[in-house]
Design a protein around this ligand. Structure first.
Ligand SMILES: [Zn+2]
Length: 298
């Protein structure tokens, strides 16, 4: 096995049997208040979004199964009620790993229809060379949508919008419309090159389009929760979008000129951005390889 960076390894290990999984006992859940009713929570895996209030407790994503008790304990500090609704931003196991626990406890899980489809059957993520078995029934979203769905809770509309073929083929971004908090799911890796899961129907064009969608929703005061990385804002999302668009244009040119995948990696198209984005779990060379393969370079 080639040496993989830590977080990709985390994803990879999560796909292996329980005995081989990482130790979650040290993980602490950090809760950040973003608006009167809305919080961001960080632990291990994808960032969570939380709405609390008199109506119901609403959660975006649920990380890994061994963290459910810690997540519930952190939620109980700010919420009067247990989680009634979960929206999964996409099917990946670092965002849906807690689904089975929550589903068994009676939480209603919502997601794009492709999330349920993928979680219902065995999946293979080529980039990680990892198989993921079908999820047990209580883990599956019980309500699916195609384009969008809105929740009217805790004094505001929470608008969930599908963004096609982005990080996967089942991504949703979630806007707390009055609190003005936007959760981008894994269409946005803040401060690092993103993993784009082509095996699950993802595409670079779709990630750029998802960023454009987020930019259209956000204003200068919007708090933006990325799928991974620290809390963000419109200015940073714009820079991320422009970085991806620039790399996309220049790399496609090399592909259409018939350059090989090795040539494209050697051309270091990402160089101007490596200092800022190349220190996350996908390093510059890996990112170039991933994109060159997605663009069909041989
Ligand atoms: Zn993901």
């Amino acid at each position: 096995m080639r040496l993989l960076p830590a977080c990709v390894l985390t994803l990879l290990l999560a796909a292996l049997p329980a005995a081989a999984q990482q130790d979650f006992s040290k993980v602490e859940i950090k809760t950040t208040k973003l608006a009167e009713h809305v919080y961001m929570m960080e632990g291990a895996g994808g960032n969570l979004g939380l709405s609390v209030g008199d109506d119901a407790t609403f959660l975006i994503d649920d990380q890994f199964a061994p963290l459910t008790d810690k997540i519930n304990a952190a939620i109980a500090k700010v919420a009067k009620q247990p989680v009634k609704f979960i929206v999964n931003t996409h099917w990946h196991f670092d965002h849906t790993g807690g689904n089975e626990n929550f589903g068994k406890a009676g939480t209603l899980i919502f997601a794009h229809e492709n999330v349920r489809k993928r979680m219902s059957t065995e999946q293979f993520i080529a980039f990680l060379n990892a198989k993921q078995p079908p999820s047990p029934k209580p883990a599956l979203p019980i309500v699916t949508f195609t384009d969008s769905v809105s929740f009217f809770l805790n004094g505001e509309e929470i608008r969930v919008t599908h963004v096609p073929r982005a990080h996967t083929d089942g991504d949703a971004i979630v806007h707390f419309t009055t609190s003005d908090v936007l959760h981008m799911g894994d269409t946005y890796f803040n401060g690092m090159y993103p993993f784009i899961d082509a095996s699950s129907g993802g595409s670079l064009d779709g990630v750029i389009a998802a960023a454009d969608k987020g930019l259209a929703i956000a204003n200068d005061n919007t708090r933006i929760i990325p799928g991974h990385g620290p809390l963000s804002n419109r200015r940073e999302l714009q820079a991320y979008r422009d970085m991806l668009a620039d790399i996309n244009t220049r790399m496609r040119k090399l592909v259409s000129d018939g350059r090989s995948a090795d040539d494209i990696v050697a051309a270091r198209v990402t160089a101007p951005y490596d200092e800022k984005y190349g220190k996350g779990f996908i390093k510059a060379e890996q990112f170039s390889k991933m994109l060159a393969a997605m663009m069909g370079a041989k």
